[in-house]
Write a protein of this length. Structure first.
Length: 393
């Protein structure tokens, strides 16, 4: 889909790099710029050795990697030349840092009016928190996600994944592609301002609407939907099962599947009545579902056209037949790591599917190659290396 689109990735860790990787999966030519020495901090997460870790491989495939010292004027000038030729520039510096380096939107767009320039920050380009560093857990806490998550009466709980980083990635991915479409219509690029706080809050449209209407602070409900029942996690003979219903036709089918006549009692006949008698209803459901295994209930619920599914421990997810069928795990040879097994692109396209064409780059692996494309001679590149402006792998 994005064959021929050139992306300059100046970002690091997850939110920016994952977005750039998605663009690369769809065919874009992505050049990742890293600092001398350590490079991207994600290279060393979870015991990464020699500058390569599984998380880095999982967020940086389909990129070429170069090392440039942006603190040196010559280095910033080289990257500016890359930006001048790029269709997309992606950065996650604190606001104002890119401009100080001569790489801000105003500077790049003056030389390249068609550029789509995306900034991903914790809190946006302006406002009282703009200069604060922002990470996944900070955004989870300030967005309300942690306030909603956790068991009743227990403290706020972090969602066990980088959901705020990834929310920022997906918002940036969508906005960049929309801006590219707009550019094709008008010939002009634009600045896309994405932040983790707003992106995280965008994951909460329904609780936000409820709160803004009622002005009542929602309670932490654990695994329960407070507006519906059954719509939560239930223990089975050997594990846990999610069951979710939305109407009374579905409830009638559930009663037949479970086979407990008490569930047909008049005071359980509607969702409102089940909520009013929640403790009794929950006890009946618990007792009924403990009589069979999770797999048995999933099979029965499927036959009864009831929405239900197992609650996996993480190591069970990848053995699921549907996960296997969808091919959600990608495998490739990753220099510095061996065989990398990571999540692939999560969507299919009939004509131009996503693909993995290259592994994540070693630090500075493509410095010479990219600089030659800028017209530099081997002697000129050697001089830059000797001066510490750039570095090779």
């Amino acid at each position: 889909m994005l064959d021929g689109i050139r992306v300059l990735d100046l970002s690091r860790v997850i939110a920016g790099p994952y977005c750039a990787m998605l663009l690369g999966d769809l065919g874009a030519d992505v050049v990742k710029v890293e600092r001398p020495g350590r490079g991207d901090d994600l290279r060393y997460l979870r015991g990464g050795k020699d500058g390569m870790s599984a998380p880095f491989a999982g967020c940086n495939r389909n990129k070429r990697g170069i090392v440039v010292d942006l603190q040196k004027p010559e280095g910033a000038k080289l990257v500016f030349e890359l930006a001048r030729r790029a269709d997309v520039v992606l950065e996650n510096f604190l606001p104002g840092v890119a401009a100080k380096l001569g790489l801000g939107y105003e500077q790049v767009s003056a030389a390249n009016p068609r550029v789509v320039y995306a900034s991903v920050t914790g809190f946006g380009q302006d406002g009282p928190y703009a200069r604060r560093p922002g990470y996944n857990t900070i955004a989870q806490g300030m967005s309300g996600i942690m306030g909603l998550t956790g068991m009743p009466g227990q403290p706020p709980t972090r969602v066990g994944a980088s959901v705020s980083d990834l929310a920022g990635s997906w918002v940036a991915f969508g906005m960049i592609n929309a801006a590219l479409v707009h550019r094709e219509r008008t010939g002009r690029g634009q600045h896309v301002d994405v932040n983790l706080l707003a992106s995280s809050m965008a994951l909460l449209p329904d609780p936000a609407a409820i709160y803004l209407e009622s002005r009542q602070r929602p309670k932490r409900e654990g695994n329960r939907n407070p507006a519906l029942t059954p719509a939560e996690a239930y223990p089975t003979k050997d594990g846990w099962l999610n069951v979710v219903l939305l109407n009374e036709d579905q409830y009638a089918r559930l009663c037949e599947v479970i086979g407990d006549p008490e569930l047909k009692a008049p005071h359980f006949a509607t969702n409102t009545l089940r909520l009013e008698n929640y403790e009794e209803f929950r006890a009946r459901m618990d007792a009924a579902l403990r009589r069979a295994t999770t797999a048995e209930w999933v099979e029965r619920m499927e036959k009864g056209q009831i929405a239900a599914g197992p609650i996996y421990e993480f190591d069970e997810v990848f053995d699921d037949p549907q996960v296997r069928h969808l091919g959600l795990v990608a495998e490739f040879e990753q220099p510095g790591l061996g065989i990398a097994r990571v999540l692939g692109f999560p969507s299919r396209a009939s004509a131009t599917p996503a693909s993995i064409r290259r592994p994540a780059p070693l630090i500075g692996e493509h410095t010479d190659e990219v600089l030659r494309e800028l017209g530099l001679t081997p002697d000129a590149i050697d001089r830059l290396v000797a001066a510490g402006v750039v570095a090779r792998g």
